[in-house]
Design a protein around this ligand. Structure first.
Ligand code: DLL
Length: 450
């Protein structure tokens, strides 16, 4: 169907659904521009907030003549969705809407996204292409342990698996014992869940005497919905022998399947025929050149329920220049290891939880369960990192434990330049999660609220 612009050296045959991933750039750009124009027209005609903002800037749909003209358009933010709750940004007639999805924020009302049948297809297409890129095929048995419901995770993974012809096991989250039993008994080869829930499954499996390599057929993990580091990926792969793939997405733009990594890892291909990425400086709102880190912004190119123009995700990434060795022509973004919302300011230094994770997971003997506690002693911020180690490690002599604490502290300090107090915790004592995990306790906020 498409000419392949670049030779590719995939070790697995390309799935037919992936053909679009290899579109020649010129063809892709023409498709993007055509779709962008239609989306801008739709928003201008149907979404009063967008129309007002475009009018204020003197921008009309006909001013969008090239892809670069996207810069003329106003941004959208999560607060717009909240302020326009429930349906102010909906562009479709209710007769065309087939599903609502919601994403909760930390405060107040959820945001509501309407999906037309077309939007579900767009979403399914991105999610299927992600799984195909990971190497899943019809013979795979996929357990979906993401939650089903208002969140997009469960259903997104579900469609993608079924679409590829996999046998899907919709366990949703929770009931870990049953999850493990079914995983083993049904010969599950792929699991889709948050990386933090998979850690919990590994733990519970080990406790029950289960060896993932020996007792399961698990080959693929389809992990996303929360930031996780390369070090965490290595830890998971080491513990279980699976390939841990990274799938990215967000409710406002569609769901899981906006981007994913190919076999060359570390960076994610964006399904650019549907979702147009930009990186901006969050202060000046100016687009940044390829390679520079900033806030990830997406424009949906062919959604019709709640189309989004230049949606500010608050996720931090960068566009990775150059062509990928896999031959896909879709541009790449660096893995999203942090959200600007998660940034902690400790003694004046900006710190992301993922930086602490990267540091501590380089130390052997450390288990991938930790908690970050930020507090104040007088006027000074304090940072404590609690990390689990095995009972065997804890039974080491005092000197060895002190040396281990020092090594962990040094690994963290090397990255964030802050001295943290390290507490070694017993196995299974730090919080676990069935969905997105929060590993940070910022007690300064509680003190300030008192
Ligand atoms: O979490 C959609 C999703 C489900 C993606 C399952 C992947 C797998 P929301 O609940 O709207 O949607 O949350 C979106 O989660 O802005 C990121 O901050 C974060 N996130 C999602 N995927 C990744 C990832 C789903 N692979 C928010 N790496 C996004 C890092 C991710 N962060």
């Amino acid at each position: 169907m498409h000419n392949f612009e670049f030779a590719h050296d995939l070790d697995i045959p390309v799935h037919p659904i992936s053909a679009l991933d290899f579109m020649p750039r010129a063809e892709l750009a023409a498709m993007q521009l055509h779709r962008l124009k239609a989306t801008v027209r739709l928003c201008y005609e149907r979404v009063p907030l967008t129309r007002r903002r475009m009018d204020e800037r003197g921008v009309k749909p006909e001013h969008i003549k090239t892809l670069a003209d996207i810069r003329l358009l106003p941004f959208m933010k999560k607060t717009d969705l909240r302020d326009e709750y429930p349906l102010g940004l909906n562009a479709a007639d209710m007769s065309e809407v087939v599903r609502f999805h919601c994403s909760s924020g930390t405060t107040g009302k959820p945001i509501v996204i309407t999906n037309t049948a077309n939007d579900i297809e767009v979403w399914r297409n991105g999610a299927m292409r992600a799984l195909a890129m990971f190497g899943l095929r019809a013979h795979d048995v996929m357990q979906v342990s993401y939650g089903y419901g208002l969140f997009t995770s469960g259903l997104g993974a579900h469609y993608a698996g079924e679409g590829l012809g996999c046998a899907v096991l919709p366990t949703s989250g929770g009931n870990t014992e049953r999850q493990l039993m079914l995983m083993r008994d049904l010969g599950v080869t792929a699991i889709a869940c948050t990386p933090s829930y998979f850690l919990h499954l590994i733990d519970e499996g080990l406790k029950a005497g289960m060896d993932f390599r020996r007792d399961t057929k698990l080959k693929h993990g389809i992990f996303g919905a929360e930031p996780w580091t390369q070090e965490m990926r290595e830890k998971i792969e080491d513990l279980t022998g699976i390939e841990a793939h990274d799938i990215y997405g967000l409710t406002e733009i569609s769901g899981p399947g906006v981007a994913g990594d190919c076999q060359y890892r570390c960076v994610l291909h964006v399904f650019e025929d549907h979702f147009y990425p930009e990186i901006i400086d969050p202060e000046t709102l100016e687009p940044l050149p390829d390679g520079e880190e900033g806030e990830l912004v997406f424009t949906t190119l062919d959604r019709t329920g709640t189309p989004m123009l230049r949606y500010r995700t608050r996720d931090i990434s960068r566009i990775v220049p150059d062509v990928c060795k896999c031959g896909r022509t879709m541009r790449r973004i660096a893995r999203v290891s942090a959200r600007s919302d998660d940034m902690l300011i400790i003694r004046g230094v900006n710190v992301f939880p993922s930086q602490i994770e990267s540091g501590l997971l380089t130390v052997d003997k450390v288990l991938p369960h930790y908690q970050i506690v930020v507090d104040k002693a007088g006027d000074l911020d304090t940072l404590e990192v609690k990390v689990e180690v095995s009972e065997k490690t804890l039974s080491d002599d005092v000197k060895s434990l002190e040396a281990l604490r020092k090594r962990i502290g040094a690994a963290i300090q090397h990255i964030i330049n802050i001295n943290a107090r390290i507490t070694l915790a017993e196995p299974n004592t730090l919080p676990r999660s069935e969905g997105k995990i929060n590993r940070v306790m910022d007690l300064r906020k509680k003190r300030a609220a008192k």
